[in-house]
Structures are given as structure tokens and as C-alpha cells.
Design a protein around this ligand. Structure first.
Ligand SMILES: NC(=O)c1ccc[n+]([C@@H]2O[C@H](COP(=O)([O-])OP(=O)(O)OC[C@H]3O[C@@H](n4cnc5c(N)ncnc54)[C@H](O)[C@@H]3O)[C@@H](O)[C@H]2O)c1
Length: 303
């Protein structure tokens, strides 16, 4: 079975590549290394170094996972044309899916729920708050259009704050939980904007990968033709509690440094409504925060 995996040099993509190889898939990674890292890529895959938006092929695939999209809001703020590139990348992938007659599972984001009160549900009316959310919403709409026009089957995965191994290359864009761990391992104080009561629904990458694969199976089995799914735990944790949990696991007593919030459109809370993913996909996240932090400490041993 031939799999096209975009963004396979990145954090979630490289974890996905490992799982796909373990299932015996023939994996082709398409990545432009914007935030990806060759060291993340497991041996045994074909690698094409190119941007999705510039990619052309006559090859056919059996399944496509599209995670190769500029991954953080500040990247788009610095270069708004990434928004167009992300949409063109999506069109390229949908065209390949059309010529291959295969389903697409692609990365969307919980950022679409910015300014909406949790729990966040897939059918909420989205408010576009920045270039990044515009790109994601357009990608979801493009998937809808390709399904309507050509019957291309797809699943948009709205990931909620994913963390886990292979985040190093993301640097300042890595998950806040992972960044806090890296600092606290060096006995440094993590900085929190405001009072620390802001929350995120933290999702382990193993669960995120599992959700994507479950969605792919659902598409192949014709359980659905095109859907949007939340990928979260349904539990929100405040940044103060994250620091507390890290202290407990690390055996430290480091206090966060609270700073004035300079970020406009700052997301106050995220929490997935998980019912649709549970009901249609049968997906339920298994790795809760303390378990996830214990794994994270092993993933990033102190050098
Ligand atoms: N990690 C999270 O918490 C989270 C949350 C919501 C959505 N997402 C989305 O999931 C996807 C994967 O995220 P990640 O955390 O692994 O980020 P990442 O930055 O580690 O991975 C993205 C990968 O795609 C590559 N890439 C970016 N633009 C590309 C393009 N135009 N053509 C080809 N390759 C390109 C990058 O080089 C990188 O390897 C992204 O689309 C991201 O926006 C992630």
C-alpha cells in the first residue's frame, strides 16, 4: 500500500511515519523542511524535498496524510503569503487524491475555535481571527468543494495542543508543555502570560496519530465521505497546573514567571467536545496529562 505523507519531517508527521512503517506501508514523505528536520525521519521511507504547493506528480497513491502545512500562527503574521501557499498546497494534494482516487486525512486546528467558548464543537460557526485560521478554514472548505465536485473523500483533523517526541526542531513553536519541560529541566523558570489560568486541551501525539489512522480507516470503509473531527482529550488544564504537574514529575519546585500578555487574539481556553470523534470514529484519547508528561521526560533526557 502506497502512502503519501506530507510534513513527514515534522513533529506529528514523523511520529505518523513510524506508525505507517510498522504497518508495512510504502511511505513517501513530501516536505520542504521549513520546520522539519531530517533527523526526525525514520529510515525506510522515500523523501521528496519540495513544497506541497510546488509539487507535481503523475504517481498514484492509496492514501494521503497531509500534515505539510506551515504550522504556527506567527509564521503567517511574518509572511501573510503563507496563507495562499497553504491553500495552494491543499489544492495540490486534493488533485493528487483525485487522480489517485484515494482518501485524504489532513491537519486542521483547534485554533479555529479562537474567541469561542469551550467545549469546542465541530459545528460551531468559526470566526477567522488571523491568517493561520483563514488558511485552515479555507483548507476545510476546499476539501468540501473537492468532495462535492469530484467525490474526493477526506477528514479534517482539528488537533488540540499536541505534544510528544520529535518537537525539538519546532523550537519556539513547540507545545508550551514541552517548552516548559525543556526550561525546567535546566532549572529555569517558565514564563506565563497573565495569571496562568488560561487552559489548553493537551493531546499526546500517539493519540493524534491514532485518530488520523482511525479516520483513514473510516474513509476507506465508507463510514463517511467528508467530515471534520476534533482531536483532543476533552480535558482542559491551566498553565499553572501544567507547571505544578511538571514540578511533581521532575521533583522540582520551580515557580513560573508571570508576564504581561503582549499577544493579540490570545486564546484563553481550549477544550474539545470529543463526542463526534467518539461516535463516528470510535476514537478516544488514551494518554492523559501525567502519563504524557512521564513519557515526555523519557523522550527528552537531560544531556
Ligand atoms: N502540534 C500541534 O499542536 C498542532 C495543533 C493544530 C494543528 N497542527 C497542524 O498539524 C500539522 C503538523 O504539525 P506539527 O506540529 O507536526 O508541525 P511541524 O512544523 O513540526 O510539521 C510541519 C511539517 O510540514 C513541513 N511543511 C510546512 N509547510 C510545508 C509545505 N508547504 N510543503 C511541504 N512541507 C511543508 C515542515 O517542514 C514540517 O516538517 C501542521 O499542519 C500543523 O499546523 C498541529
Amino acid at each position: 500500500m502506497r502512502t503519501l505523507l506530507t510534513g513527514g519531517a515534522g513533529f506529528i508527521g514523523s511520529n505518523m511515519a513510524v506508525e505507517l512503517l510498522s504497518l508495512g506501508r510504502n511511505v513517501t514523505i513530501l516536505d520542504n523542511f521549513y520546520t522539519g528536520d531530517r533527523n526526525n525521519i525514520p529510515p525506510g521511507v522515500e523523501v521528496i524535498h519540495k513544497s506541497c504547493e510546488d509539487f507535481t506528480t503523475k504517481d498514484k497513491f492509496d492514501e494521503i496524510y497531509h500534515l505539510g502545512v506551515y504550522s504556527s500562527s506567527p509564521q503567517y503574521k511574518r509572511n501573510p503569503k503563507l496563507c495562499g501557499a497553504a491553500i495552494n498546497g491543499m489544492i495540490t494534494i486534493l488533485e493528487i487524491a483525485r487522480q489517485s482516487n484515494c482518501p485524504v486525512v489532513f491537519a486542521s486546528s483547534s485554533s479555529l475555535y479562537s474567541e469561542l467558548e469551550p467545549p469546542h464543537k465541530e459545528d460551531m460557526i468559526i470566526k477567522v481571527t488571523d491568517y493561520y485560521t483563514e488558511a485552515r478554514l479555507s483548507m476545510e472548505r476546499m476539501a468540501e468543494l473537492y468532495n462535492r465536485l469530484y467525490g474526493v473523500k477526506s477528514a479534517a483533523m482539528r488537533f488540540f495542543s499536541v505534544y510528544g517526541p520529535n518537537e525539538r526542531a519546532k523550537g519556539e513553536f513547540a507545545n508550551i508543555l514541552t517548552q516548559f519541560l525543556w526550561l525546567m529541566q535546566k532549572n529555569e523558570r517558565p514564563a506565563i502570560f497573565g495569571d496562568g489560568k488560561q487552559t489548553r486541551d493537551f493531546t499526546h501525539v500517539k493519540d493524534a496519530v491514532h485518530a488520523c489512522m482511525t479516520a483513514m480507516n473510516g474513509l476507506k470503509e465508507n463510514k463517511f465521505q467528508r467530515e471534520i473531527f476534533n482531536v483532543g482529550t476533552g480535558i482542559e488544564t491551566s498553565f499553572n497546573d501544567v507547571v505544578g504537574a511538571l514540578n511533581r514529575v521532575l521533583g522540582t519546585n520551580i515557580q513560573a514567571e508571570h508576564k504581561e500578555n503582549a499577544v493579540k487574539n490570545y486564546v484563553a481556553r481550549t477544550k474539545a467536545d470529543t463526542r463526534k470523534s467518539e461516535n463516528i470514529l470510535g476514537f478516544k484519547a488514551k494518554i492523559m496529562l501525567i502519563d504524557g508528561i512521564n513519557r515526555l521526560v523519557k523522550d527528552y533526557p537531560v544531556e
